[in-house]
Design a protein around this ligand. Structure first.
Ligand code: ATP
Ligand code: MG
Length: 566
């Protein structure tokens, strides 16, 4: 392919609304184009890379025994009403009506239509197991579409659904998908970790997320560098600790005006922040609750939500805080609250003695507070976020923290949808039983963006060969030199004939411009035909690592073929 005829609108400038590297580079390298918020077109270069990822996914799904089909994106409301998700999806679901007023949605995920398709066509245990999948557009009206195709409103997902006769069957289907996912993300050149998305306990997990390690990931992950344990920050349990058993001292009330942070306050008192117990007031489904964590810890909203089995957890507004504490915001504490509200203390508070709290009086704090003597929490519970160094719940070694991009999710559904939609089979005794299901998703566009997040440098993308839109680019340095051009074209043609995806930068541009573009679009291998063409030499270079080797055209061709495994 000749670069002069390529539809590849590269940009020099970093687009203003692109916050993360992959989004910036995908726009700058002309891989895609924004059409509306969270809605993108893939341009030829981007679509080639996208199809590479899609094909890796397809090959591994097929290898695992899953069968591909395609469902419509426009789906009748009834399908989702039967499962209760027509209401549950809320504003995230794109809804529409046809000319006669019948309701439809644009499919956000397809458990229901797959379950119906199997329900209507599979009757006997002899026809099970079955795993079906599709690679198709999904529609979710995300609250905050951002980061380009990473969190889009229209995006391509590979979604697979397994149907089994019993739990052991589900375990096998799940395992096959698990292995396929590992191969997919390995082939994409991704460094990922597997996170237990439910209890975080090791083994027997019913839901795992494949997380690509990245600072721009939206999920905080606690993982153990020693054993395989990894969990979302809010799922990683923090241990109970031994209670304080030292001498208690007399309570002191201290005038503490004008301190903006815990650190400032504690510096004034000559104490570390670990001697302070923060009291935060939360509005949990309309009820105000005080939550205490050590001064250097953060309350975890998800843990709090689970503790109360609540639907909404938000920090209480200033009016509520002032009413409940009888003081300005910033002086809440467990002792002398103006209104009797539940006080939840994190496990670590129990280990603290003679600590500092807000006095529920503007500009005052209390020193030497102790549980039992000065107040009694309503409940002691795990409500803080795990931090680096906390003991691994599985092996006890210190946990590390990282951020991750969720690229895939595998989930044991059980009979949730089969029972709701009547997807039954007859077992060998002729009894009717609900099928046992699993569902398995991969965001194709998000995976592509995640690959870029892990493979770039200051000059642009560095595609792994497995997903590169083109594997090699031939750069003649002087387009007016007949000999150079002939040699470059010959190398291009010979590689193309061998089935290599090859670009020839035949543009009338300075070599610097061509090199810059080749680096930006991230082509893994480059063959430069320049001054030494007369001596029968070209320059061979990998996109990553700057080393240039002089080779004959034959050697360069052999090296390209070797690199792409032909
Ligand atoms: P998230 O927590 O990021 O919203 P999710 O839990 O809603 O993800 P699933 O419903 O499990 O995601 O979807 C399966 C896969 O589809 C995800 O692992 C992700 O790769 C991809 N995906 C989900 N939402 C989006 C989106 N808005 N844009 C791009 N890809 C997405
Ligand atoms: Mg989501």
């Amino acid at each position: 392919m000749r670069v002069s005829s390529l539809f590849m609108p590269t940009q020099r400038e970093v687009p203003a609304d692109a916050e993360i590297i992959s989004h910036q580079l995908m726009l700058r390298a002309g891989l895609m184009r924004k059409v509306a918020s969270g809605i993108y077109s893939f341009l030829p270069m981007g679509y080639r890379a996208f199809r590479k990822v899609e094909n890796i996914v397809r090959e591994e799904m097929d290898r695992a025994g899953a069968q591909e089909l395609i469902m419509p994106a426009v789906l009748p409301a009834e399908v989702y009403m039967a499962s209760g998700r027509w209401d549950k999806f809320g504003p995230e679901m794109f809804r529409l009506q046809d000319r006669s007023g019948r309701s439809f949605c644009l499919g956000p995920t397809h458990e229901e239509p797959f379950t119906e398709a199997v329900r209507d066509n599979v009757r006997s245990y002899r026809q099970l197991p079955i795993t079906l999948y599709q690679i198709q557009h999904k529609y979710r009206d995300e609250k905050r579409p951002r980061f380009g195709v990473m969190r889009a409103r229209e995006f391509v997902m590979k979604d697979a659904y397994s149907f089994d006769a019993d739990e052991q069957g589900l375990d096998r289907s799940y395992q096959a998908m698990y292995e396929a996912y590992c191969r997919i993300f390995d082939r994409c050149g991704l460094d990922y970790i597997l996170v237990h998305a439910d209890s975080g306990a090791m083994g027997g997990s019913g839901s795992q997320e494949f997380m690509v390690k990245s600072d721009v990931g939206e999920d905080a992950i606690a993982y153990c560098p020693v054993c395989e344990y990894a969990a979302n920050e809010e799922k990683a349990p923090c241990p109970e600790v031994a209670p304080f058993d030292g001498e208690t001292e007399a309570v002191e009330k201290i005038h503490t005006p004008n301190f903006r942070t815990i650190e400032e306050l504690m510096a004034f008192l000559g104490l570390p922040p670990t001697e302070f117990a923060k009291t935060l007031l939360y509005d949990i489904d309309g009820k105000i609750v005080a939550v205490m964590v050590r001064g250097d810890r953060e309350v975890n909203d998800v843990k709090l939500k689970n503790l109360f089995d609540a639907t909404e957890v938000v920090l209480a507004g200033p009016a509520d805080v002032e009413r409940v504490t009888g003081a300005a915001v910033g002086f809440a504490g467990p002792v002398g609250l103006a209104e009797p509200i539940p006080v939840i203390a994190d496990h670590e508070i129990v280990a603290m003695g003679n600590f500092v709290v807000g006095a529920n009086e503007t500009d005052y704090h209390l020193k030497n507070i102790n549980i039992g003597c000065d107040f009694q929490p309503t409940q002691v519970a795990d409500v803080r976020s795990a931090v680096e160094g906390d003991p691994c719940p599985s092996c006890g070694k210190p946990l590390a923290m990282c951020r991750g991009i969720e690229v895939g999710h595998i989930f044991k559904l059980g009979t949730k949808y089969s029972e709701a939609l009547g997807c039954n089979y007859l077992n060998s005794d002729g009894e009717e039983k609900p099928m046992i299901m699993g569902c398995y998703g991969i965001g194709v566009g998000r995976t592509l963006a995640a690959i870029i997040e892990q493979h770039y440098d200051k000059d642009g993308i560095i595609w792994p060969i497995s997903v590169a839109p083109y594997q090699v680019i031939i750069v003649p340095t002087n387009s007016t030199d007949g000999m150079i051009n002939t040699m470059a074209s010959e190398i291009h043609d010979r590689l193309a004939k061998s089935g290599v995806e090859v670009l020839l930068d035949d543009r009338d541009e300075r070599p610097g411009v061509k090199f810059k573009d080749a680096d930006l679009i991230g082509i893994p291998l480059r063959v430069t035909v320049g001054r030494k063409a007369a001596e029968g030499k070209v320059e061979f270079k990998h996109r990553i690592g700057g080393e240039v080797t002089e080779l004959t055209p034959d050697e360069a061709i052999a090296e390209v073929l070797r690199m792409i495994g032909r």
